[in-house]
Design a protein around this ligand. Structure first.
Ligand code: NDP
Length: 297
């Protein structure tokens, strides 16, 4: 069994990006600038946004954190997005989800300029992804592809089962694993809460990608020997012995399942750090595209 070490690979990617940023600086070029909009005080969201800002510093990007109160109206947020869309200095930005109840998430994501949509959530970018066109691939699925690629995990002709069909993880993942090329060329089954006899489906899978948010859901009797397991789940589980009062759990019963797996991602230290690295990669891509547009290429 080999661990797909997201922490290690994400550090390699960050080093690669930092080297590119250093070259940009040497040439006197503007460095990539990522902004993150955080509405409210949700603890997990604060942690995620904090990690993203820290990662920007690590690679030499500029970053801006826009904090708005929990009572922010939809119009106020849409106005802020307009401002960021029109700000030439910002190459890409993200709106941290979830948003407070009074705000329509879809409306907000639609308002982001597709050229600055480094999360890849805008329908135009999602459509391009589905059509194999060059675009911003949502960071979590992009990170999973990168892990599979760097560990040279064979995906061609394999049965891949994705558990969870969210717009940000499960659904794009299912599209990407089924597309032509590597990683890809898999035969994909996308499952969800209405799927019947899930265990029969996962037992036939060569690759299982769990993105449902249910701690230790995938058990050893649900997988076959040699399976590749990618665990996207991140859930805070109360734990009195932990300093923070909780621990982070994935969707996979790691101790059990790892005994049968050929490759497996740990939680933490698997998909999570890759997501941040790929957000940086998308921001670098956004900067390069903006430069090319300005240069009239
Ligand atoms: P959502 O909550 O949006 O979606 C969960 C999906 O799982 C739904 O499609 C749901 O089905 C399905 N599901 C729920 N229960 C079952 C079940 N018993 N059997 C089969 N399918 C089920 O999830 P997200 O994609 O946003 O997040 C999933 C997990 O990944 C969370 O723990 C989240 O924190 C984590 N995450 C981690 C990231 C990272 O960087 N590592 C990034 C993003 C998310 P239905 O559609 O029928 O309701």
């Amino acid at each position: 069994m080999e661990i797909l070490d997201g922490r290690k690979i994400s550090n390699q990617i960050k080093d690669e990006i930092a080297a590119q940023v250093a070259k940009m600086k040497e040439r006197g070029e503007k460095v990539p600038h990522l902004a993150a909009v955080l509405v409210g005080n949700d603890g997990a969201s604060l942690t995620y946004v904090g990690s993203k800002v820290k990662a920007c510093e690590r690679v030499g990007f500029e970053s801006t954190l826009v904090r708005m109160p929990n009572t922010t109206s939809e119009l106020e947020l849409l106005n802020k997005i307009k401002e960021l869309n029109n700000d030439d200095d910002i190459d890409g930005f993200i709106v941290q989800l979830p948003l407070p109840k009074q705000i329509d998430t879809q409306k907000v994501l639609m308002a982001v300029d597709p050229e600055k949509d480094v999360d890849g959530f805008h329908p135009m970018n999602f459509g391009k992804m589905a059509l194999d066109m060059s675009t911003f691939i949502p960071a979590t699925p992009f990170g999973i592809l990168e892990l599979l690629e760097r560990y040279e995990v064979e995906t061609k002709g394999k049965n891949t089962v994705v558990i969870g069909r969210s717009h940000i993880v499960g659904r794009p993942m299912s599209i990407l694993m089924g597309r032509k090329g590597f990683p890809g060329n898999s035969t994909v089954t996308l499952t969800h809460s209405h799927t019947r006899d899930l265990k029969d489906i996962t037992r036939n899978a060569d690759i299982v990608i769990t993105a449902l948010g249910q701690p230790e859901f995938l058990k050893a009797d649900m997988v076959k020997d040699g399976v590749v397991v990618i665990d996207v789940g991140i859930t805070r589980v109360p734990d009195e012995t932990a300093k923070k009062g909780y621990r982070i759990a994935g969707d996979v019963d790691f101790d059990e399942v790892s005994k049968k797996a050929s490759y497996i991602t740990p939680v933490p230290g698997g998909v999570g750090p890759m997501t941040i690295a790929m957000l940086l990669k998308n921001t670098l891509l956004a900067r390069e595209r903006h430069r090319a547009v300005k240069a009239g290429k």
